[in-house]
Design a protein around this ligand. Structure first.
Ligand code: DGL
Length: 273
């Protein structure tokens, strides 16, 4: 495989409003272990999903600039709310590969559905953007899409309440309307939600397949890096993981370590202006 040696050694930038993007980072560490990663979690401004498109776009551009300052070779927008508001803008205005999470999840859902009836759960911003509806319609004609915003799910994850009766009760209230729609596939359209997968599956039952963006996003990242000769040779080097947050990390370190299965020795605080 050909490699552009110098650029290939640069890290990959990943951002989300909080912990959610770590669902993508975990898979990156597994599939692309030699790659170094700079992660930015915008805790000061979380949640994104309740904010306007313009506001999310501004944050997303600032996050991208922050990552570029750290000399990243590619950016992964590990946040559906950001991807739905700002992917095109970032792709058009920055001269580096940009990977989003929506298109990969759409592809996953189209491959999964037999009935053509697909549910989407996401933040309010993502639901209102219509990004999933448009994406699914582009990929498969006649597909029926049923959406539900689940804003409290992000707080449950940031709080570490991944299971238990409160989480299940909230999930039941959000998911009940979708259960009457005869969907066979449910897209977890927010990178926080895979952390609630078991609670969500328990509520919807085993007949509905849950699909997320994690593995197709990392697969797409890998293909893009290979195509651009930016992949870091796997050899002996284990990639570094550097984590920045924009406010007091709070639960971030404990939950992040548990989730990633690795020690987060240093979580660095940066103030976004
Ligand atoms: N994890 C994010 C997403 O995929 C953001 C959630 C939020 O901050 O509301 O939408």
């Amino acid at each position: 495989m050909k490699t552009n040696r110098k650029s290939a050694l640069q890290p990959i930038g990943v951002f989300d409003s909080g912990l959610g993007g770590l669902t993508i980072v975990r898979e990156m560490r597994r599939i692309l272990p030699a790659e170094s990663i700079i992660y930015f979690g915008d805790l000061a401004r979380l949640p994104y999903g309740t904010k306007s498109k313009e506001q999310i776009q501004t944050y997303s551009v600032q996050n991208t600039l922050f990552l570029i300052k750290h000399k990243v070779k590619a950016v992964v927008i590990a946040c559906n709310s950001s991807a739905s508001a700002a992917y095109q803008f970032i792709k058009n205005h920055f001269n580096l590969p940009v990977i989003d999470v929506i298109e990969p999840a759409v592809q996953n859902a189209v491959e999964s559905t037999r009935s053509g009836r697909v549910g989407v759960i996401a933040t309010r911003a993502t639901v209102e953007s219509g990004a999933y509806e448009k994406g699914l319609a582009r990929k498969k004609s006649g597909i029926k899409v049923f959406q539900q915003a689940c804003p409290l799910f992000v707080s449950l994850v940031e709080e570490g309440w991944l299971s238990g009766s409160v989480t299940r009760d909230i999930a039941k209230i959000y998911l009940k309307p979708l259960l009457t729609k005869k969907i066979d596939t449910l897209i977890l359209g927010c990178t926080h939600y895979p952390m609630l997968r078991e609670s969500i599956q328990a509520v919807v039952g085993n007949k509905i397949r849950l699909v997320d963006s994690i593995s197709p996003t990392v697969h797409r990242l890998q293909q893009t890096l290979e195509r651009k000769e930016l992949i870091r040779p796997a050899a002996s080097h284990k990639g570094d993981l550097r984590i920045f947050v924009s406010d007091r990390p709070g639960n971030f370190i404990r939950l992040g370590e548990k989730f990633l299965g690795e020690k987060l020795d240093r979580v660095e605080l940066v103030r976004q202006k």
